[in-house]
Design a protein around this ligand. Sequence first.
Ligand code: ATP
Length: 236
Amino acid sequence: MSSLTVQAVDVYYGRVHALRELSFDVHEGEIVCLLGNNGAGKSTTMNMLSGLVRPKSGTVRWGDIDLATAKPWDIVAAGLVHVPEGRRIFSTMTVHENLLLGGYTVRDQKLIAQRVDQVYALMPRLAERRKQQGGTLSGGEQQMVAIGRAIVGGPRLLLLDEPSMGLAPLVVKQVMETIQAVNAQGTTVLLVEQNARAALRIADRAYVVETGRATLSGSAAELAADARVVDAYLGG
Ligand code: ATP
């Protein structure tokens, strides 16, 4: 079992104290969501897990890997794949080419082709648009490509930073259903979201992050019913 454990982590950007004794964990097979407003420290947490930002103190372990000191490429090679905020797919490449790029760490070409087929099975809309240029896709389709590209890397733990950002409610629903389907096929998911309503619908558990700290945690159902969450994140 490869659980992710974050314990009492502090991250600074110069004098800015972005994460303050942040603690949370993600068990294998779960979808866990970090909820929080702008500036709460969600992206910093994701960047810290992928080795792009280093904690000043605290423990970050995923199975037997020490994420606080491991090199970013070793972290990717171990199966932790980060889909950063803002999608960032290649706009002049086709959907298919974008997906193939997700296999850049995978040597076995047959395996890459199999995973691309798996993405098309999961997201038929991408299969229909496989020859279309990335830049001409809708926001939701681009988000699907970003998730699909991550799947081609064969993630064991998928980090998704604000996948619903800028998408219409119906499209958010489709993206969330896709995340659920990816999880059902065996990938553990850590999801960062400002859209608490959408995220709590698919998450097993969630944490509320405020100014770099986890201030509330529980099952998604518990948090969705918690008056503090309802007031602050679910619009009363
Ligand atoms: P958002 O939803 O707006 O992306 P967030 O929860 O992801 O917010 P972070 O981007 O992690 O928040 O930022 C946490 C805090 O760290 C904020 O106060 C932010 O201003 C600060 N911060 C983030 N990146 C840097 C940086 N490179 N240099 C200095 N401060 C930073």
